[in-house]
Ligand binder design. Structure first.
Ligand SMILES: NC(=O)c1ccc[n+]([C@@H]2O[C@H](COP(=O)([O-])OP(=O)(O)OC[C@H]3O[C@@H](n4cnc5c(N)ncnc54)[C@H](OP(=O)(O)O)[C@@H]3O)[C@@H](O)[C@H]2O)c1
Length: 253
């Protein structure tokens, strides 16, 4: 195997949650380009169908499964359909997430729980469903955030707590499953990337953060997707339990 072959995922099946917009679309397209069939999960089926067309344009199969990751049965369902239709699940990209910014004195229990239910619990239900069927050599990638490691000026207790919790989940699943089941579990902590999530930020907020980023720019989703392909492929074969920060250097400042 040459070094470039080590980044290929030919014949693999990758489940991407949150594949209806933003980074999830970039993950789906990149994994298809690396040779994998892609199972696309999110609540908006019409938008998943658009992502499916990108996967098919890269010459791979796409399976659309309307999914709400906050519902454990919905997570079991997408994984069962993936196995039924495509035979196996080799990679899970736990990407579905919601972002909020609410001052903590005003945040309601429902608001806080709603974020944790999707960003942390949802990743766990998906990992459990995949962990039950994955064969040795498989891998799980949890999409955390730099907000799991540092602060960035907005009141984001629920989001930051959910993303920091995901780093603990990553470590624990890696120690449970890497040795016993041959499943590597890693996290990616993205910095700032233009998506529907960042459109909700106050005008000028993202630009005001660029002074803190040594690379002085937001990331390109393709740069993040390439990091995910690396972690999932044989190129990342000796990496488990780790968090790969893809932030243009923001967290060193
Ligand atoms: N953009 C950034 O700068 C940035 C930085 C750090 C981390 N992240 C993380 O990257 C991930 C992707 O975010 P994004 O920036 O691409 O935002 P986005 O465009 O808003 O995408 C979020 C995705 O999550 C899905 N989703 C939300 N709730 C869901 C649920 N209950 N069940 C299933 N899917 C659900 C959405 O699909 P439906 O609405 O169709 O369900 C959508 O596809 C998130 O985990 C986010 O926290 C993003």
């Amino acid at each position: 195997m040459t070094v470039t072959d080590m980044f290929r995922l030919d014949g693999k099946v990758v489940v991407v949650t949150g594949a209806s917009s933003g980074l999830g679309v970039a993950f789906a397209e990149a994994f298809a380009q690396a040779g994998a069939d892609v199972v696309l999960g999110a609540r908006r089926a019409d938008r998943l169908a658009e992502t499916a067309r990108l996967v098919e344009a890269a010459g791979r199969k796409a399976l659309v499964v309307q999914t709400d990751v906050s519902d454990p049965d919905s997570c079991t369902n997408i994984v069962a359909l993936a196995v039924e239709e495509l035979g196996h699940v080799d990679v899970l990209v736990n990407n579905a997430g919601i972002g909020t910014a609410v001052p903590s004195t005003r945040e309601t229990p429902e608001q806080f729980r709603g974020v944790v239910d999707v960003n942390l619990h949802g990743c766990y239900w998906m990992a459990q469903a995949c962990g039950r069927v994955m064969e040795p050599g498989s891998s799980i990638i949890n999409i955390s955030s730099v907000l799991g490691i540092t602060t960035a000026g907005l009141p984001q207790a629920a989001y930051a707590a959910s993303k920091a919790g995901l780093l603990g989940l990553t470590r624990d699943l890696a120690q449970q499953w890497t040795g016993r089941k041959g499943i590597r579990v890693n996290a990616i902590a993205p910095g700032f990337f233009d998506t529907e999530m960042t459109e909700q930020y106050p005008p000028g907020y993202l630009e005001s953060r660029e002074d803190r980023i040594p690379m002085s720019r937001k990331g390109d989703p393709a740069e993040l997707a390439a990091a995910a392909v690396f972690l999932a492929s044989p190129a990342g074969g000796y990496i488990t339990g780790q968090t790969l920060v893809v932030d243009g250097g923001m967290t060193i400042t």
